[in-house]
Each structure stands twice: as C-alpha cells, then as structure tokens.
Design a protein around this ligand. Structure first.
Ligand SMILES: [Zn+2]
Length: 269
C-alpha cells in the first residue's frame, strides 16, 4: 500500500497517518470514523475511484485495489521480538456471547458461527470493549467487525438500535480501540452505518458472497500493517454478526473460513 495516503482531519486540518483513528494534533484529538468516504470494495467489478474524501477524516486517493500481497503466505520468520498478541471472538445476535475467551494466538480454537435471531450490534461492541478492559487493558485493541445487516436490537424498547450501536462504537473508540468493519452485501445492508462504526475510511470494507474471506483478509492486513506490535501488546477481537440471516446461502461457511484464515494470518505476523 502506498504510504502517501494521509488522512486530513476535518476539524483542525492536520495531516495524519493513513491508519490514524484519531487526530494526532494533541490540541484536537478528534476521533475519526469511516463515514467520510466510500467503503473499500474488493469485488470483481470494482472501478477505481480517485476522488478525495472529505469530512470527519478525509482521505486522498482512496482507491484500494491491490492484489493480495504474496508475503501473506509463507512469510519468513521475523527477526524482531514477537509482540504479545491475544485474540478473542465475540458473536452477537439477540445478545453477545464470548465464542473464544482471550488467549494467545496459539491457543485459539477454530471458529464456528451459530446463526440465531436478531442483530444486537451494541451488545457485540460492548462485550468486545469489556473483554479488552478486563483481560488486556494496556494492549492496543483492534476490533474486526463483520455484519450482513443493520442492527435490529439493542436499542431497548423505545430506543434506536442503530444509534445504540453507534454510541457503543464511539465509546470503545474513545477508549482507544480501532474498528475495521466488513459489511456483507445484501438486502438489509447499511454501509453508511458501518462506515460510521469504522475508525477510518481505510478500515471500512464491503464484501459480497463468494469473496468474504478475501475482503476479511484485507481488513486484517490493514489493521495490522500500522506499527503492529511496535507499541506493545496487541489485543484483537473478532466481533461477528451471528444473526439468523447468516444461515442464508453459504454465508455461515464463508464467514467461518474468513475468521479462521484471518487467525492464520495473525499467527504468521
Ligand atoms: Zn484534528
């Protein structure tokens, strides 16, 4: 990925590194999100776009169409000290459930998705944040958030399910977590919403059936390319939509494959 893509803060105008999730101008500290631009589409019929993105966190040259780097597979052993990395998996439907308690990468079990009921995004993000604070509060937190639809619960009886999700995302981002979103195309998908959940436009991805794993790997790579392990321990939480619609088509199998492939990539870093 080229290193020229800087995020211009919409509030103070400061230039930030492409993976910045909050403005590095200490007097500003604006939290960025992905609503500034297009999600990163990695489909077959993608046309390049080169327009600037501007808003909360704007980004130049958002095109993102690179082939998967060959070094993802068979990467030679790193010379540097391996960072301490722990991983957890959270599934959410009506409520959020820990599918994998936080453990070192070598101890992670294969992930199986259990489709059920509604989409309580707020609960999923909240549980991810809770695990982080409970198990590894000093680590940098990265959340890989996948959903195939908009939130349908979590807002309470009179509340707004989407707003609840957004507020929860804002809370964990304020605490310092970075969120990458992977949206799976479908009739209920709301990419605008997912972009607002993401930490930056560079971390908002669109996937379609047949290509979920590939996009998920890109998201993992994007999340881990920025100073991975250099600031200390890393804590990664997969936050996976396990709503009933995951039973449709081949989604369940694809998402499982994506998460397990992403785990393999993390182990290779
Ligand atoms: Zn700023």
């Amino acid at each position: 990925m080229n290193s020229q893509r800087m995020i211009v803060c919409g509030k103070c105008g400061a230039e930030n590194f492409p993976q910045a999730f909050r403005c590095q101008n200490k007097n500003c500290n604006e939290i960025f999100d992905g609503s500034a631009g297009n999600s990163i589409v990695l489909g077959r019929n993608v046309t390049r776009s080169s327009q600037s993105i501007r808003a909360n966190g704007s980004q130049r040259t958002p095109s993102f169409h690179a082939p998967l780097p060959a070094e993802w597979i068979g990467r030679p052993p790193a010379v540097r000290q391996r960072p301490e990395v722990k991983v957890a998996i959270v599934g959410f439907s009506d409520e959020a459930v820990v599918r994998q308690e936080p453990v070192p990468l070598g101890q992670v079990r294969a992930y199986f998705l259990r489709p059920d009921a509604s989409t309580n995004e707020a609960a999923g993000l909240r549980l991810a944040g809770d695990l982080w604070k409970q198990y590894m509060p000093r680590a940098r937190a990265s959340f890989l958030y996948l959903s195939d639809g908009e939130p349908t619960s979590g807002g309470g009886f009179f509340g707004d399910d989407k707003e609840a999700g957004l507020q929860e995302a804002q809370t964990v981002k304020q605490m310092g977590a970075r969120i990458a979103t992977i949206g799976v195309r479908g009739s209920t998908m709301d990419f605008d919403h997912l972009r607002s959940i993401a930490s930056t436009p560079a971390l908002a991805f669109e996937a379609e059936l047949g290509g979920i794993s590939r996009v998920f790997m890109h998201a993992t790579q994007s999340m881990t390319s920025h100073r991975w392990g250099q600031t200390g321990a890393e804590f990664v939480v997969f936050v996976i939509d396990e709503s009933g619609s995951m039973e449709e088509d081949n989604k369940k199998a694809e998402v499982e494959e994506a998460v397990n492939a992403s785990l393999a990539l993390l182990r290779s870093l």
